[in-house]
Design a protein around this ligand. Structure first.
Ligand code: MRU
Length: 319
């Protein structure tokens, strides 16, 4: 059974550099990028050499360790990394974790803990699925996005291993195609039956009875359960609700932000419109917010959390 890519192939700290697998080039080319300063790493995060909420946090933790080892100003390193992407709260979480102990050992512990959390939430999510499940997923919430194993895709790996998963519909994920390039690649490596679909194909597949549930990750989950994830997740949530299908959000407790009361307070990244089209005027919000009432359950490493989320998520974070 495939365990996915080894965590250190996705992101690691070496002597004098944070080394990243360049996710912009996958699946066609396997190329690594070496970031020798916190500023270079921040640029790699902004340009999505590494992406996915927990993986961004892990990379930033290594960036602080690198900055400490090479004598950079740690406050400046933290500031440049913090500003690299706004929506995923795991980035701020990891930077705060590193403040008291900015060492390589601590960053590696944060990395290993994120992978361990993935395995636990995968097991909890698989408990929700019936044999023969045909799941639909959006963007990439696989090992590439978490630094190993994956959140939503980790859940699919575990469900497949338990003989519960029949097929995965993989949204292509416009405009940067994280689904078509990254999730499909991870599912192929795990020999999980899958098919890439245009994002706009989800509705008709649901109407035809070919989807049993939607499983995605998240970049930030507000205290009331409203969840920010890759643009297009909200559309899927509305569609799933209309067709009576559950939407499960699988994310570690490090993605839950109790300081953000609801989705309206989540900063939404607007990326370069040229990612959509360079020919015409365009708008490129990279995330949207799915209201809590459209989410059947949020699954963290602590278990399955259901509405009212204010109480169930607070419990998860406290644990
Ligand atoms: O812009 P990206 O590729 O960083 O967006 C990633 C997502 O939206 C993922 O679904 C989310 O980070 C969860 S990753 C486990």
């Amino acid at each position: 059974m495939s365990e996915g890519l080894a965590p250190e192939r996705i992101v690691r700290l070496e002597e004098g550099a944070v080394v990243l697998l360049d996710q912009r080039k996958l699946p066609d080319e396997i190329v690594e990028v070496r970031c020798k300063t916190a500023a270079a790493l921040a640029d790699a995060i902004t340009t999505m050499v590494v992406r996915g909420a927990p993986a961004i946090g892990v990379a930033a933790a290594y960036g602080i360790a690198l900055a400490a080892e090479s004598g950079e100003d740690l406050a400046a390193a933290e500031a440049v990394l913090r500003a690299s992407r706004p929506t995923a709260v795991n980035l701020a979480w990891a930077l705060e974790e590193m403040r008291d102990e900015p060492t390589a050992e601590h960053a590696r512990r944060i990395h290993a803990d994120e992978v361990a959390r993935c395995r636990r939430m995968a097991a909890h999510t698989a408990d929700l699925l019936a044999p023969g499940t045909r799941a639909l997923t959006h963007c990439n919430a696989g090992g590439l996005a978490t630094g190993g194993y994956g959140s939503a895709v980790g859940a699919l790996l575990t469900a497949f291993e338990r003989g519960l998963l029949e097929h995965v519909w993989v949204d292509e994920t416009r405009p940067l195609l994280q689904g078509a390039r990254l999730t499909a690649w991870e599912l192929e490596a795990a020999s999980i039956p899958h098919a890439v679909i245009a994002d706009s194909a989800a509705a008709s597949l649901m109407a035809a009875g070919e989807v049993d549930c939607v499983i995605t990750g998240a970049d930030r989950i507000a205290a009331n359960g409203d969840s920010a994830n890759k643009i297009g997740t909200y559309s899927l949530a509305v569609l799933a609700h209309h067709h009576g299908l559950p939407l499960y959000i699988v994310a570690p407790s490090t993605t839950v932000d109790l300081a953000t009361p609801d989705g309206a307070a989540i900063p939404i990244e607007e990326r370069d419109p040229a990612e959509v089209t360079a020919r015409f005027r365009a708008r490129n919000p990279a995330f949207d917010v799915t209201p809590a009432q459209l989410i059947a359950a949020v699954v963290t490493e602590h278990g399955v959390h259901r509405a009212p989320y204010l109480a169930s998520l607070a419990g998860a974070v406290a644990a």
